[in-house]
Design a protein around this ligand. Structure first.
Ligand code: MEV
Length: 424
């Protein structure tokens, strides 16, 4: 039976302190003292800062940060912090990087740091004429946009280009203006959204239409990060393994059901670094998947080929709108520390490192899938998690996990039985 005295209507909830809110939530959900004590421990994130990062804060949630070793990117060795709850993700990057370290590691590049803001105009009686009217105002538009962010302009960024598209929609033709803006070391959402909002009334006035949306596009296809690496056939276990990886790519290229999983693996690596550096994981994920479907068919973000010498060549190209300034990147102390570990002094370098991690991740997933399967590698860590769920502590965790892996049965009931046996 539902408890009708419980209400989610809590006037002034947002004005309360995290502690006061937690007490209300504990009351609502019937939390015990131990759970409340656990939630009120905010670890290494200042409660005051947490309370300002988002709304209605009651707690923080720790995610492990692991370091990917063996990475050599553009001739420089880097240690890469990755924040993820998924086992095997960090190990996958370390393994892939070790196997291409001697053949030079990763080489990266970037198409630019241009973001796109969209202005949606509807109801223009002559959309093609409206489009030309907007394009005629390029200089004025540049002035309006650049005046929104003089600091960005001083840093070498600002308005770069204008594009006006006619988009056929269910509601008739829309005139969609794209502001193309160099946002330098910022992710750029705030900068371009401000510009789009400032320009919108002018667009209405010039065309006689009605503006609705004014917002960036996460399909940041003018901010593509690229990475490539070569693995010799010997380093990865022979020509059969190499050909299995290439065939796995062909599968993902041909079949969206496989491509979704293939790209999910890539995003395991990418999102972990994006999160560790306080960047927006959802923006990067949306951009990556939209880019993977850019020609109307959802496919792979990576490509795998065999070189003339018989080596395996992997490449990745993915939108990478990450920044070093603004938002959690600057405010979150762990993000700041992680950026120091990475030594990335520009958003461009950070984006390129992240692309290399995505490629490394994909290499390891495809290699495992094309050979032994992923369960073998996964099982060791998974078994440890199951052992902990069964109550194992300290050395018991490894011992119980090892027994389960050896038997090939990783289950909580088995772990519990093994634990009872160990404890006599
Ligand atoms: C699991 O999180 C990721 C993989 O499924 C990726 C893939 O299948 O390529 C292993």
């Amino acid at each position: 039976m539902t408890d009708r005295t419980k209400t989610s209507r809590i006037p002034g909830f947002h004005k309360k302190s995290p502690k006061e809110r937690l007490d209300l939530v504990a009351d609502f959900a019937g939390l015990d003292g131990e759970t409340v004590g656990h939630l009120s421990d905010m670890g290494n994130l200042d409660p005051h800062l947490a309370d300002h990062l988002i709304e209605n804060v009651i707690a923080t949630m720790n995610v492990p940060v692991g370091i990917a070793t063996n990475m050599r990117i553009d001739g420089e060795d880097v240690l890469i912090p990755m924040a993820t709850e998924e086992s095997s993700v960090v190990a996958a990057v370390c393994n892939a990087a070790r196997q291409c370290y001697d053949s030079g590691g990763f080489t990266t590049s970037m198409s630019g740091s241009l973001m796109i803001a969209q202005i949606q105009l509807v109801g223009a009686s002559a959309p093609h004429e409206a489009r030309i009217r907007i394009l005629e105002r390029r200089d004025e538009i540049k002035e309006i946009c650049d005046a929104c962010d003089p600091v960005l302009v001083k840093l070498g960024g600002g308005f770069r280009d204008l594009e006006v598209r006619i988009v056929d929609s269910l509601g008739g033709p829309m005139v969609v203006t794209h502001l193309i803006v160099d946002t330098r070391d910022a992710m750029g959402a705030n900068a371009v959204n401000t510009m789009a909002e400032k320009l919108a009334p002018h667009v209405q006035e010039w065309t006689g239409g009605r503006v609705y949306l004014r917002i960036l596009s996460n399909l940041a296809d003018r901010r593509l990060a690229r990475a490539r690496a070569t693995w010799t056939a010997e380093a990865i276990g022979g020509a059969e393994v190499r050909d299995g990886i290439v065939s796995a790519y062909h599968f993902a290229h041909a079949d969206p059901y496989r491509a979704a999983t293939h790209n999910k693996g890539i995003m395991n690596g990418i999102s972990a670094v994006v999160l560790a550096t306080g960047n927006d994981t959802r923006a990067i994920e949306a951009g990556a998947h939209a880019y993977a479907a850019r020609d109307g068919h959802y496919g792979s973000l990576t490509r795998w080929e065999v070189t003339r010498e018989g080596h395996l060549a992997g490449t990745i190209e993915v939108p990478m709108a990450v920044g070093l300034v603004g938002g959690a990147t600057k405010l979150h102390p762990t993000a700041r520390a992680n950026l120091r570990i990475l030594g990335a002094t520009s958003a461009d370098r950070l984006a390129r490192i992240i692309a290399a991690v995505g490629l490394a991740q994909n290499f390891s997933a495809l290699k495992a899938l094309a050979t032994t399967g992923i369960q073998k590698g996964h099982m060791a860590l998974h078994a440890q998690n199951i052992a902990m769920m069964a109550g194992a502590v300290g050395e018991e965790i490894d011992r119980v996990a090892a027994i389960m892996v050896e038997r090939g049965t990783v289950r909580v009931d088995v772990a519990e039985a093994e634990l009872r046996r160990l404890r006599g």
